[in-house]
Ligand binder design. Structure first.
Ligand code: MOS
Length: 731
């Protein structure tokens, strides 16, 4: 095993000294065609045509209290019902992504829609009918369902992906002394990840060996969570998920059905299939926390920020430590000597909150970037000018150098391409018929991380390469990106590279989350290829550096050998691993972008339409221009939804999620999306990874919503601090 620890910047690599020109190319996603033609099997589609049973979840109809008894007699009378699992075996909810396993109910109900029973029957229809006949009796208690009511009891949580509090200097004192002060509080709603493929699992036992087909973003930890929940060893589990229909954080942990399917399959003696209904996905998996955010900024009359604070109040349910790190970007985005970022979590008796795409930035930048726009206006500065004045040259929190930061270039390039100088001077200044036109911009950043990941590569005598890792492809293009990296480094035509993913028997990959997937898993493939090159060089008795690999040949001096033949007909195996190291501590790593938006606001109805949206981003080396841009288009669309429509409504009386379907939980549809443009700047970050890359998946969502609402202000003069900015708040 060749292990690369990121403890120093990388120098020139074979990705710089290219022989193939494959890396970065906008190649189509390998699994794209399989998915749209229905030939990529999703979790629920395994074991088609086999003798299986079907499971259906029964969810609680109270938000807080205890199940005192469950009457399954009516359900069991239905012909075809095989079993009803209930009692202490019921997982409380989805596993929290950061936790080791499942928590059991012990009769306690912690949120409305919590699984309380699981019906298994011969067919899906019978299971569903019987599930509706399961009768639960409850002892109901008074629940806490509103963050605003619980805010005073919020506490520090240590379960986040960042420290709860970061401080520098004395914010309060500096703010008090500041010539210009800004102090506003924003509220942002709960949201649902709403992945296209619902959470689904097929479980099958062979003796004490369990095979699980389940839709999960992180194969390694998902396998651990199932082992804990079922009470067996990880080595007894074969977890398989080659194709996933989106996750957006909701599948970082296992779904509530996964352990139940395994337990039920054991009980009924045959494989069990279960897919959550759309309503159950909303009600019983996880959600993004609603947030209350207070932003205070103190600056000089000229616009130099001296004090900046972002205080956050978030919600989560009992026993779940995660908090939405809404202040993550405020720590380093703008200069200022005295700084304060805090997060406090209030317990509510509502479905647990967890990571949803761009956890932190998606929420926090709605507040911060709105505040920056408003303060720029107050100072009489152009919003870009105000941001430029406060561009730090090192991390303002602790003075570490930025590994790379091209935010100024993003502003420049974006302003030029968008035509920022044509921005209407003030609200109401430009009108086309009933439509008021406005321009808005916002900055975006997404913290970069690399996580441990491993991969194997196998070179066969016919000159084909197979990459193997338990890494996942959630629709981001992993299959294609990994083959591009290997083909580039090994000088192989891309059609000679195969990729096997999403299987717990393969070397442990990073999985997909936090925008770390392509960079981390890709690095492990790169390191494995380096190991393979060393083996090839040794067999040819040359230095690896003097070996040129091109078009399937190894070229050393005047020798040119087909790469597969070097081992004399044998198969060569190589392994690679990447681990984060000191560069993560010695530098501050993030990807950056600037968003520019043009909206039309209907002067009669208050309807806001995004007419144009441009994102200019710098995220290290781009591995595939098409998949990278597709991620950004997705982020832009999420940003528009976050600004204008997404709002997961919790019934304040019961904790029930009211709009638990895609008809009533509004996300943008085709008609809402007009002109999207993404420009990726050339950037290599030698501290980020051996590939000189950084994360991009979640970057383009970070800040987009504020660019939209800032444009709405510029159009019509409406500033709304309670998201989403629906038309009733505009008119
Ligand atoms: Mo992402 S929200 O870490 O899948």
């Amino acid at each position: 095993m060749n292990t690369h620890v990121m403890d120093k910047p990388v120098g020139r690599t074979r990705l710089d000294d290219r022989t193939q020109d494959i890396i970065g190319k906008p190649l189509d996603r390998y699994e794209g065609a399989l998915k749209v033609t229905g030939t990529a099997p999703y979790s629920h589609e395994h074991l088609q045509g086999e003798d299986v049973a079907y499971g259906f979840l029964v969810l609680s109809s109270i938000g807080k209290g205890k199940v005192t008894s469950i009457d399954t007699s009516a359900a069991m009378e239905i012909e075809g019902v095989l079993s009803v699992v209930e009692g202490d075996n019921i997982p409380r909810a989805s596993a929290e992504p950061m936790s080791d396993g499942h928590k059991m109910a012990n009769g306690g109900v912690f949120h409305y829609g919590q699984p309380i029973a699981f019906v298994v029957a011969k067919t899906f229809e019978i299971a569903r009918q019987a599930a509706h006949l399961v009768k639960a009796a409850y002892e109901e208690e008074e629940g806490r369902f509103k963050l605003s009511d619980e805010k005073g009891r919020a506490r520090i949580s240590d379960g986040g992906v960042m420290e709860s509090d970061t401080k520098r200097g004395d914010f309060e004192k500096a703010f008090e002394k500041a010539e210009v002060q800004y102090d506003e509080t924003f509220t942002t709603p709960s949201q649902s990840a709403s992945a296209m493929e619902p959470h689904a699992t097929v479980a099958k036992w062979d003796g004490d060996q369990l095979t699980i087909w389940s839709s999960g973003q992180l194969v390694s930890s998902n396998t651990t969570q199932i082992a804990t929940g079922v009470g067996i060893e990880e080595s007894q589990i074969h977890f398989i998920c080659p194709y996933i229909g989106g996750g957006f954080g909701s599948k970082l942990g296992i779904g509530p059905e996964a352990v139940l399917a395994a337990l039920a399959a054991k009980k009924v003696g045959k494989p069990v299939k279960v897919a959550l209904t759309r309503q159950q996905v909303y009600q019983a998996t996880s959600r993004r926390s609603e947030a209350i955010q207070r932003i205070r900024i103190g600056c000089t009359k000229e616009g130099r920020i001296t004090a900046i604070a972002h205080e956050n109040w978030l919600a989560n349910s009992e026993g779940n430590d995660f908090f939405e790190p809404a202040g993550v970007s405020t720590v380093f985005l703008y200069a200022g000597e005295d700084r304060l970022v805090t997060h406090r979590v209030a317990q509510t008796d509502v479905l647990m909150t967890s990571a949803v795409r761009a956890p932190g930035e998606a929420v926090g930048l709605l507040a911060l970037e709105n505040a920056m726009d408003e303060l720029a206006e107050k100072l009489g500065l152009d919003p870009i000018e105000f941001r430029k004045i406060n561009e730090p040259d090192k991390n303002p929190q602790d003075d570490t150098p930025f590994s790379s930061r091209k935010l100024l270039e993003c502003y420049e390039e974006g302003a030029k391409r968008f035509g920022w100088t044509d921005r209407p001077e003030k609200p109401g200044a430009r009108r086309e018929g009933d439509w008021l036109i406005g321009y808005g911009m916002a900055a975006g950043s997404r913290k970069n991380m690399i996580v441990p990941s491993s991969a194997d590569v196998e070179l066969t005598a016919d000159g084909r390469l197979t990459i193997r890792s338990s890494m996942t492809d959630i629709g981001t293009g992993t299959y294609t990106i990994l083959s591009q990296i290997a083909a580039e480094v090994l000088g192989l035509p891309i059609d000679r590279v195969d990729v096997e993913l999403g299987d717990s028997r393969l070397p442990s990959g990073s999985g997909s989350g936090g925008s770390f997937g392509a960079n981390s898993a890709g690095s492990s493939v790169y390191v494995a290829c380096e190991d393979l090159i060393a083996q090839l060089a040794k067999r040819l008795d040359v230095d690896p550096e003097s070996l040129t690999l091109k078009d399937g040949f190894a070229i050393a001096g005047n020798r040119q050998v087909p790469i597969g033949e070097i081992a004399g007909g044998q198969t060569l195996l190589a392994s690679g691993s990447i681990k984060p190291g000191e560069t993560a501590e010695n530098t501050h790593q993030a990807s950056y972008g600037a968003h520019f938006c043009e909206v039309g606001v209907n002067a009669v109805t208050g309807e806001a339409r995004v007419r144009r949206l441009l994102t200019v981003a710098a995220a290290g080396r781009i591995f595939n221009e098409k998949t990278a841009k597709s991620q950004c288009y997705g982020g832009q669309i999420w940003g528009i939804g976050g600004a204008l429509m997404e709002d997961l409504v919790v019934d304040a009386r019961s904790g029930m999620i009211v709009n638990h379907n895609l008809a009533e939980y509004h996300v943008p549809v085709n008609a809402d999306i007009q002109n999207l443009e993404v420009v990726l700047l050339d950037e290599h970050d030698p501290y980020g990874s051996p590939l000189a890359g950084k994360g991009i998946g979640e970057l383009a969502l970070a800040g987009v919503g504020a660019a939209v609402t800032n444009a709405i202000y510029n159009a019509c003069g409406a500033r709304v601090r309670d998201y989403p900015m629906t038309l009733d708040k505009i008119i």
